[in-house]
Design a protein around this ligand. Sequence first.
Ligand code: HPA
Ligand code: ZN
Length: 339
Amino acid sequence: MKSFIAGLPKAELHLHIEGTLEPELMFQLAERNGITLPYKDISALRAAYQFSRLQDFLDIYYQGMDVLRTQQDFFDLTWAYLQKIKQQSVRHIEIFFDPQGHVARGIAFTTALNGIHPALLQGKREFDISFGLIMCFLRHLDENDAMATLEMALAHKDKIIGVGLDSSEKGNPPAKFQRVFARARQEGFRLVAHAGEEGPPEYVYEALDLLKVDRIDHGNASMQDPALIKRLVAEQIPLTVCPLSNTRLCVVDTMQQHPLPQMLQAGMKVTINSDDPAYFGGYINENYAAVSDILGNDKKLLAQLARNSFSAAFLEEAQRASLITEVDIYLQQHNNCSR
Ligand code: HPA
Ligand code: ZN
């Protein structure tokens, strides 16, 4: 099954580029920038990656991103991620970055953007991985801060396809960001939002009805509400599910209890993603592998997840159709042998 997953063409639609900062690179960048990390070595840092809720992770994630200071740092971060996924049959990515996490530390919006974007262009040229860049608003900050960030992005519309919403979910409902999402929509950005990771099903409704998002990031809590499940199926709203993230952040207790099989069974358009792979123990193929068991190692279901990833992506229709055909051909060629 591992080799089937390894070769399966797929898109990644829920990935925070700052969450791909591996401990090794964190130490290298700290040294390059004259920063002393509060961990004596890589294994002490890894040992700190024990989370019992989203906030435990976010505290470490914001601390970790402090080593990102120069355009070169952001380039190197993005390039390292591309090096990983070029070996994972990833054909298309739509990745997040958190400009407010950098601007608040005195790092310019353009320092982050002008490091990340050229690396993505080089990944397209060298590895044929197409991409979209999505800027997330930090929901623990107020809407004015998000609006100021959106205004900064307007000069860079050629490089940013959409806006999202991330960070501490509980107590920060989508409703808080209604105006800034309306403005982003007017400006032609695609819209996504984290909802129902730790928050209730109501946050998923708000993301749909008030923010008018195209996709829901995570969306696990939807499973508590049969009417919401019905709606997500009827409208074929994509969910970007992140299995290893869900177990590491205790959104689910064990992978056996992950709702993915029920989501597929219900006909929801679910996709598999890695969220913050440097912190959660695996890139996209490890996430596919983590759910393969609970799907009975069914190649058809794994291929369905890959197909969903292209059908949920912000792609031109011709490219979408050709990538979905690649999945179909791959499944036909590999459906008989048991690896
Ligand atoms: N949830 C919310 N905010 C985030 C996450 C997440 O999983 N990763 C990075 N920021
Ligand atoms: Zn996320």
